[in-house]
Design a protein around this ligand. Sequence first.
Ligand SMILES: C[S@@+](CC[C@H](N)C(=O)[O-])C[C@H]1O[C@@H](n2cnc3c(N)ncnc32)[C@H](O)[C@@H]1O
Length: 208
Amino acid sequence: MHNTSGHAGIGFPRIYDALVFALTRGQETAYRRAIIDITGIGAGAHVLDIGCGTGTQAALMADRVQPGGSVTGLDVNPNMVAAARRKTCRATGSITIVQGDCTALPFADRRFDVVTVTTVLHMLPEADQPTGLTEAKRVLEPGGRLLLIDYAGDAAGRRHLSARHGRHGRFDLHRLRVSVAAMGMSGIEAGELGWLGLSYIAAHRQRD
Ligand SMILES: C[S@@+](CC[C@H](N)C(=O)[O-])C[C@H]1O[C@@H](n2cnc3c(N)ncnc32)[C@H](O)[C@@H]1O
């Protein structure tokens, strides 16, 4: 199934959750916490999770931003959106799941304190990746934090099997570091996540 942008996303939420369970050996919460720790979010933060999938990370972040904060999850695939709504309907705090495309976010400028993009960029055609990044920056308030999690480095040197597989193996998050710097982000940090062979880039939107 495709939306008007041509991005279909992933349409099998149950299999996806089972896959993450298997890959993390039943430790998905610890995996998600490692990501959430890098965001630095706390009470009162307004967070957008782009390509939220089945909503696991959004639900955990919603807990972390109480009191006073909110989490919005966005995914292009209607099956993922439905699954995320089911999963998050009993989550603590304010949480909204929206269907949309990360290359044309349906949000006003400077709306969020933190934007997370976890294992989504490798799914975009290369030509759309800069647009995805520009959109993520557009909805961040000045000083806000962007966190990108994805596969990085020379594929042959990746120890985790899933980091070498298919389009994971062809993607290198480090290549986007230049684009992140060029679009007006500062304090860029990069490193290994320590889970599933994933790496991260974190940066702040420069203040005007
Ligand atoms: C590998 S999954 C990761 C899901 C979630 N972030 C996680 O960490 O479990 C990638 C997600 O990105 C979504 N996606 C792919 N292309 C997208 C796009 N253009 N806009 C929004 N979401 C997209 C897919 O539908 C899928 O749910």
